[in-house]
Design a protein around this ligand. Structure first.
Ligand code: ADP
Length: 572
């Protein structure tokens, strides 16, 4: 039925669903089937039974139908109380009664026209019981009134004869209202779904507005990519970054065309190694430093990426964040430059002071070895040497990644000579040094830098051991590598301090409380040198029991390990 109505509506140019029309149109359209049928009846009567049209009752029926049809279109039903329009189908029964009274002699079956108001009432949303009562009694009156008003004696047989019509009408009403109820139910379900969908859509729109505002508010460039590398979302800040990295004149560059450089600001990063493409491959990383753009416009970006997973854990894309850290990187570089140039300026006069103090001490010791002047001079010399060590350490850490020149050298000789020069300090501290390394151990190392590593580890082992302690150095060759370790039985390092040991200026609280001199740069330098050899450094320690630092180097040299400490500038 609804398809018929829909097609009928479409034919007259109405594209909406019947229930979407306003009430006036619906009432008018519901009246149409009766109007069309009566028009056909009138046509048939005019052609074959013209006298019927002269009948007053028939004429009254036609006029009343015309008035009702006009009213169905003109009355603003939607502004009147809801069921008012039912008056039209109810009065349609009167129309049918009039037509039947006037035309019954020539046209049989006119009472069947009551089927139209019956259908209408069944579909109108009126309570089914009411519709059924009306559907039975209205046709009953329709057939009985003529019998009762005919003036002829009323017999039971006369009343029972047309009784079939109200019963048929009742049956039609019941059937139609059952269909109508099921249609109404379906429509109710559809409308509820429609409302739900609309609510979800509204919520989604609100959320996406909120997300876009948040993304545009944060000072970080954000881009979300799907698993195939297509951009799903990009905030305004990232759009600016994107354009900054674009080649001049290219307003829609792809990832491969962008100017993206390594921390040295000049070496381009190969497309496959670029952060966004790595994120598309599902990599997760934090705080990777790259430079984007060219010349004075170049900006430093600290980039982090996190991947997204479906409910079933499948990779679904990534979110990549770009923080502009140009000011921070410039400030760090300026600080390193400042530290490097101040240290450099301090080193020359300090070396000269140490030289002259050495001379003065020698001469004083010759004249009066135990005199107070000799003691004063040796204290001054020791402190000047500490100052020089500090200045050298600062200079090393400020001048970037360690530069090394590897060649074949005897690691055993490095160990022996470092132990020899540490002996006076060890004796002064009451610490015994033990060498458990082989007599010779060929390695591919920068001799002087490896001495620096050994000196740092030995000096710490002595410094952080109690008097009477013992420091053991052992070395070995394993497949493809050479290694050595420095073991002490000193104060050890607490578990919670492990993470900080290789960071600049870190000193454990135990060492600070004990007021043992130091600045927290030795291990940073040591690690940088070992990593520049392609090696690794690690330690085991137990608080109050001692510490063992272990260095492993590739036997035949290797690629430098990517530095992990702030001494290098590719991580923030
Ligand atoms: P410094 O010794 O000048 O303080 P380092 O960088 O050499 O700086 O060492 C950093 C910190 O690591 C030290 O301050 C100390 O707290 C801890 N540490 C290093 N070596 C040892 C060790 N052998 N035993 C105990 N603690 C150590």
């Amino acid at each position: 039925m609804s398809a018929v109505v829909k097609n009928a509506l479409a034919m007259i140019g109405v594209r909406k669903q019947f229930h979407e029309l306003n009430l006036r149109y619906r009432v008018f359209l519901s009246q149409m089937p009766l109007v069309i049928c009566v028009a056909l009846v009138a046509l048939v009567a005019a052609i074959f039974f013209p006298t019927t049209l002269d009948n007053v009752a028939f004429q009254a029926g036609l006029i009343m139908l015309a008035i009702l049809t006009a009213a169905s279109f003109l009355v603003p039903w939607d502004r009147l109380p809801y069921p008012t329009y039912w008056v039209i189908p109810l009065l349609d029964f009167v129309v049918v009664a009039a037509l039947r009274t006037g035309g019954a002699e020539s046209l049989s079956g006119l009472s069947m026209l009551a089927v139209f108001p019956v259908f209408w009432l069944a579909w109108s949303g009126i309570a089914p019981v009411t519709a059924r009562i009306i559907s039975f009694f209205a046709p009953l009156l329709l057939v009985w009134v003529p019998v009762l008003t005919s003036g002829e004696p009323v017999t039971a047989a006369g009343l029972a004869d047309p009784f079939l019509i109200p019963i048929i009408m009742l049956a039609i009403c019941v059937t139609a209202s059952i269909f109508s109820l099921s249609e109404t139910d379906k429509q109710g379900v559809l409308e509820a779904k429609d409302r739900e969908l609309q609510a979800v859509l509204d919520e989604t729109r609100d959320r996406s507005r909120l997300m876009q505002t948040m993304m545009d508010t944060v000072g970080v460039g954000l881009v979300a990519v799907d698993k195939d590398g297509h951009d799903i979302l990009m905030n305004r800040r990232q759009l600016q970054n994107h354009m900054l990295a674009a080649p001049p004149g290219n307003n829609d560059p792809n990832e491969r065309q962008l100017h993206v450089y390594k921390p040295d600001r000049t070496s381009p990063i190969p497309p496959e190694e670029r952060p966004v493409l790595r994120a598309v491959r599902g990599e997760t990383f934090s705080d990777e430093l790259v430079w984007i753009g060219e010349g004075k416009q170049q900006r430093a970006m600290s980039i982090s990426a996190r991947s997204m997973r479906d409910d079933d854990g499948t990779f679904a894309g990534s979110v990549v964040a770009f923080s502009d850290v140009t000011d921070l990187v410039n400030a760090l570089a300026a600080k390193d430059d400042f530290v490097a140039s101040v240290s450099h300026e301090l080193r020359t006069p300090l070396t000269s002071i140490i030289g002259y103090l050495d001379l003065a001490l020698e001469e004083t010791q010759l004249k009066d070895p135990d005199g107070s002047m000799a003691v004063c001079l040796s204290v001054a010399l020791r402190n000047a040497e500490r100052l020089l060590q500090l200045v050298s350490d600062l200079l090393t850490t400020a001048s970037g990644p360690a530069k090394i020149e590897q060649r074949s050298a005897d690691l055993a000789e490095v160990i022996a000579s470092c132990l020899a020069s540490a002996t006076p300090r060890a004796e002064e501290a009451g610490v015994v040094l033990v060498n458990e390394s082989p007599d010779d151990l060929e390695a591919f190392i920068d001799h002087d830098r490896m001495c620096q590593v050994m000196d740092n580890l030995l000096s710490n082992a002595i410094k952080y051991s109690p008097a009477g302690g013992r420091v053991t150095v052992s070395a070995w060759r394993a497949e493809g590598s050479v290694g050595f370790e420095v073991e002490d039985h000193g104060m050890g390092i607490a578990e919670e301090d492990r993470g900080g040991v290789f960071t600049k200026f870190f000193r454990t609280p135990t060492v600070r409380r004990a007021a043992i001199p130091g600045v927290g740069l030795g291990l940073v330098i040591t690690k940088a040198i070992v990593e520049a050899h392609g090696g690794t450094i690690d330690f085991t320690s137990e608080l109050g029991k001692g510490t063992t630092f272990r260095v492993l180097l590739p036997a035949h040299g290797g690629d430098p390990v990517r530095p992990t400490e702030a001494a290098s500038a590719d991580r923030i």
